[in-house]
Design a protein around this ligand. Structure first.
Ligand SMILES: [Zn+2]
Length: 321
């Protein structure tokens, strides 16, 4: 028995309405590798800027019925007024060091396509990187790529603790509540719940061009990443790699471990080169590609879970006589 997806690519997945191996992923719909990194067509901070302490997460489509929960930790480059822009100029504040340009647009489009809740940070990662543990130096970086961050130099223990309590802990609490709410919703019996984080990276880093265009990142739970990498995403004409340009050794799987693996949720972090998602049309096209691939991957995981359950039932029935 193959479960809900069918082994031969003829049966439709009841959850995602996907035929195995036919998720519609093909030619890239928007590819602009010649675009210079850094600037984006719509350089608008994500989320709703706020100076209110503790107001760090924008929950989008919280009532979404999908078993997928989306997270965008680097959605915004907003820096509360009290930090005086951390001593940075506008060029630095608009660059990838302050946020993940284009990532929120992709995540929002995926939220709509999947009817999935999306938790997006409202604060720049330079104030506190909510995808980093408090002990990590990169949680409040004193340097990011080639930029010094004057406002983070010589932080006292008390100042660090204040940022942890004002930005990191509320983000963790609000994301946990979003996941708890999502998991409490009634879902299709065979649906596999999962956590997907959406990020973007710069084409050139430390003056070295990167070839990778989409990174599929994971930590110890590789179920979803494995399915994405062996599924129909392969047909897309992008350079797609596992744990590249970052991986668990870089500390980037913090959210996956804290909120996905700890709950037994399948989880994956998707990194997209930001010159592929430079405007709304490109973000929508990327969201469509990733959504199709994600649906197919979840269909395969639910089929595997159904098979596993059926085999366990058969074994149980046999051992029970
Ligand atoms: Zn990021």
């Amino acid at each position: 028995m193959r479960g809900v997806c069918g082994a031969q690519g003829v049966a439709k997945c009841k959850i995602w309405n996907v035929e195995q191996g036919r998720c519609g992923v093909g030619e890239p719909v928007h590819k602009n590798s010649k675009h210079q990194p850094g600037g984006m067509a719509n350089d608008v901070p994500g989320g709703t800027p706020t100076d209110e302490p503790g107001d760090v997460v924008e929950l989008i489509n919280g009532a979404g019925q999908s078993p997928v929960v989306l997270v965008c930790e680097h959605a915004s480059n907003f820096i509360p007024e009290q930090f005086n822009a951390l001593g940075l100029d506008q060029a630095a504040l608009q660059s990838h060091i302050a946020w993940d340009p284009g990532a929120l647009g992709v995540a929002q489009a995926m939220s709509t396509l999947l009817d999935a809740p999306l938790a997006a940070s409202k604060i720049s990662r330079l104030v506190y990187d909510c995808n980093r543990a408090p002990h990590a130096l990169s949680a409040m970086p004193v340097k990011s790529e080639t930029f010094d961050i004057p406002g983070n130099a010589r932080l006292t223990d008390m100042q660090r603790q204040e940022r942890i309590e004002t930005y990191y802990m509320p983000f963790q609490t609000q994301l946990a509540a979003c996941l708890d709410d999502s998991m409490a919703k009634p879902q299709m019996p065979d649906a596999v719940s999962c956590l997907v984080t959406i990020h973007s990276f710069t084409r050139v880093y430390n003056n070295v061009p990167r070839d990778v265009e989409i990174g599929i990142l994971h930590d110890s739970d590789a179920r979803l990443a494995d399915e994405l990498l062996r599924g129909c995403l392969n047909a897309a004409a992008y350079d797609i790699r596992r744990n590249d340009p970052y991986g668990p050794g870089d500390g980037v799987t913090h959210t996956l471990k804290e909120h996905g693996t700890s709950r037994g949720l399948a989880n994956v972090m998707i990194e997209i080169c930001n010159d592929l998602i430079i405007d709304e049309a490109a973000q929508l096209a990327m969201a469509q590609l990733l959504t199709a691939a994600l649906r197919e991957a979840l269909c395969q995981l639910s089929a595997a879970a159904t098979d596993h359950g059926a085999q366990r039932s058969l074994k149980g029935a046999a051992s029970n006589g």
